[in-house]
Design a protein around this ligand. Structure first.
Ligand code: GLP
Length: 273
């Protein structure tokens, strides 16, 4: 579709609308290049600045990314996760038709902290998992990929007394939640979760293959077994450009019992900090 040069709508805006529609229709497939700036200039009879402004809109919407010297590429649709379901990464990927995989970065039992930062982290985790400071904590850090694309760094802490056996399994190829439920007889019941924004540091950027300072979603999860005891405290760092969280909410009166209990639920001390 062309553009209307007599319209009150800016030209860059019309071009962005056309490109957006073509991406949504599948004319330009994920991971393929958009026409070059010169091609778009010729196609619409506009200046380079106008084409660039149109592309900038699509970049801001996350529909395309720029690759230096190669042009603009269509991004794949974001992974959508419902906040109402307690899913493992494996189940989340399967729900999106993607193949999950993992690379273990660290897997060890934490005994005595090596410095103050580790000490305060262990104290925070012990508090969340309702452990004493003397109890051992199993720490597993994995990079998780979907169809080979790095998506999230998972940092999970488990009570070692309950889950040290995880170290005997192939957690690069097997789902931890499946091992817990099918092999170790720990059935997961519910979880408290919180979501914050964070930018990636140099190490996280290298692992996730993104530029330093990229936006990420930090999702903290405290998962409980059906019997009620906490079994996992996790801090997951998702690439914000690849994940979309969904939740449906119900309107309730400001001071109803239900809304009070829900807001209390949100500030449970276990997930603060
Ligand atoms: C999600 C959760 C993590 C959990 C992981 C288990 O990513 N946020 O807390 O450790 O799933 O995934 P899997 O069972 O695929 O190993």
């Amino acid at each position: 579709m062309g553009i209307d040069k007599s319209s009150f709508m800016p030209l860059y805006y019309q071009i962005a609308n056309n490109l957006r529609r073509d991406i949504k229709k599948g004319k330009y497939q994920p991971n393929t290049a958009l026409p070059s700036e010169y091609q778009l200039m010729a196609q619409y009879g506009v200046s380079r600045g106008t084409v660039r402004d149109a592309i900038k809109m699509l970049l801001a919407e996350g529909l395309v990314t720029r690759q230096r010297g190669r042009g603009s590429f269509v991004t794949s649709p974001k992974i959508e996760q419902s906040l109402l379901k307690l899913l493992s990464f494996t189940e989340l990927m399967q729900s999106q038709g993607k193949t999950p995989s993992a690379k273990v970065i660290v897997s060890k039992v934490l005994h005595s902290p090596s410095d103050d930062t580790e000490k305060s982290k262990m104290a925070e985790v012990a508090h969340a998992l309702r452990l004493s400071l003397q109890e051992r904590i199993l720490f597993i850090e994995r990079l998780r990929l979907g169809d080979e694309e790095p998506l999230v760094i998972e940092r999970s802490y488990f009570p070692a007394s309950m889950l040290e056996a995880l170290l005997e399994y192939d957690i690069e190829h097997e789902s931890i939640y499946t091992i817990m439920e099918n092999e170790l007889d720990i059935k997961l019941g519910h979880a408290e979760q919180s979501i914050e924004a964070k930018v990636s540091d140099n190490i996280e950027s290298e692992i996730l293959q993104i530029s330093p300072g990229s936006p990420m979603l930090l999702i903290k999860r405290l998962a409980y077994a059906v019997a009620g005891e906490p079994v996992e405290y996790a801090e997951d760092l998702y690439r914000a450009d690849r994940l979309k969280l969904r939740i449906s909410t119900k309107r309730s009166l400001p001071h109803s019992r239900e809304s009070d209990s829900e807001s209390l639920h949100m500030i449970k001390p276990d997930l603060q900090g």
